[in-house]
Design a protein around this ligand. Structure first.
Ligand code: TK8
Length: 335
């Protein structure tokens, strides 16, 4: 009987080993990731780093296939495809998603963050987790906060050195009421538009201006159809690396963990590439003949004060607790 017991134990061990080689918890998955920006945007570097990490963890089972330039539809359209479980993932700005999760509007508040470092601390901490919970309730798993970045204004009319220079300027804004009101408040003729339409609208002069980080003005070639770039840094907006909750729930725990861990690896790479490329992109934009200016510290103070009405107007929609909470975190960070 002893021999039988020992043999059974051995068989159990062998079976366990046989059933659990290193990558048994991973199935072959093709994960479509859609992007509005182009492949040479630093999100491309982030996705490469994420793929390398996934290859190591899954033995090559988890594969990302990236689509660029809005090939699978714009931010909002792709996000809805995730919610209905027909597409796996999207890297999207948070701003067009406020109709789904109003609290995300907190990131659109003008001049909220003073540095990328502040933004990282807020997004990668409990505040970011709180918003992730709201996204989850809406059928969206945010794997990590990637970077879109500080937004600057480009236009075909004149240098913007004070907010009055925006008077009457036809500025494309994202489909987002905080941005709409921020620019209306400066006297601009603000026009909400999906990202995919911006280049041709600038080219045909249907609009005069748009606002995005330098790396986007560079990689989406807006500098080819704009004459002025003004460093306004009026908002820092994140990218969300969203996964369809309906699809995510069918994945094994190991697959889910690998996706979360590797999205964080990709995020770090993406952020550091942006930090380097920001400068290079601006140089490239200027080399193409675009005139560049910054705002004076006095004007920065004026424009910031001018923008406070937008906070008052949108606090109730975003959620007073959400706005108070981020302001408290920022006040503590600035102590
Ligand atoms: C890319 C967009 C874009 C955003 C915008 O899909 O719409 O201006 O900043 O980069 O998310």
């Amino acid at each position: 009987r002893k021999i039988l017991k020992a043999a059974t134990a051995l068989i159990t061990v062998a079976a366990t080993l046989g059933a659990a080689p290193a990558f048994a918890e991973f199935n072959a998955r093709n994960i479509r990731v859609s992007n509005g920006i182009n492949a040479d945007h630093p999100v491309g570097n982030g996705i490469q780093a994420m793929q390398k990490c996934l290859d190591e963890k899954s033995g090559g089972k988890l594969k990302l296939t990236a689509f660029w330039g809005g090939a699978l539809g714009g931010d909002l359209q792709a996000t809805q495809a995730l919610r209905s479980g027909v597409q796996e993932a999207v890297v999207t700005s948070s701003s067009p998603l406020v109709g789904i999760v109003p609290a995300l509007g907190v990131f659109d508040l003008p001049f909220l963050f003073a540095s990328a470092d502040e933004a990282y601390k807020v997004m990668d901490g409990e505040f970011g987790d709180m918003l992730n919970k709201k996204l989850d309730d809406a059928g969206l798993v945010n794997l990590a906060y990637w970077e879109n970045g500080f937004r600057n204004l480009s236009n075909s009319k004149r240098p913007v050195t004070k907010w009055e220079d925006l008077e009457g300027m036809k500025v494309r804004v994202m489909q987002n009421n905080v941005f709409l009101d921020t620019f209306k408040n400066f006297g601009a003729n603000a026009t909400p538009m999906a990202f995919g339409e911006v280049f041709s609208a600038l080219e045909t002069k249907a609009i005069d201006a748009q606002e995005n980080p330098y790396v986007t003005i560079d990689t989406s070639k807006f500098y080819e159809v704009q004459a002025y770039v003004s460093e306004t840094k009026h908002a820092y907006t994140p990218f969300l690396f969203l996964f369809s909750k309906a699809i995510f729930n069918t994945y094994t725990a190991d697959e889910q963990k690998a996706l979360r861990d590797c999205a964080a690896v990709g995020r770090d790479v993406e952020r550091s590439v942006i930090a380097d490329l920001n400068k290079t992109s601006l140089e490239k934009i200027q080399a193409a003949g675009v005139k560049f200016n910054t705002l004076s510290p006095e004007e920065h103070k004026r424009i910031l004060e001018k923008s406070q009405v937008v906070y008052e107007k949108h606090k109730a929609d975003i959620g007073p607790d959400v706005v108070d909470s981020v302001q408290k975190i920022l006040a503590d960070l600035r102590k």
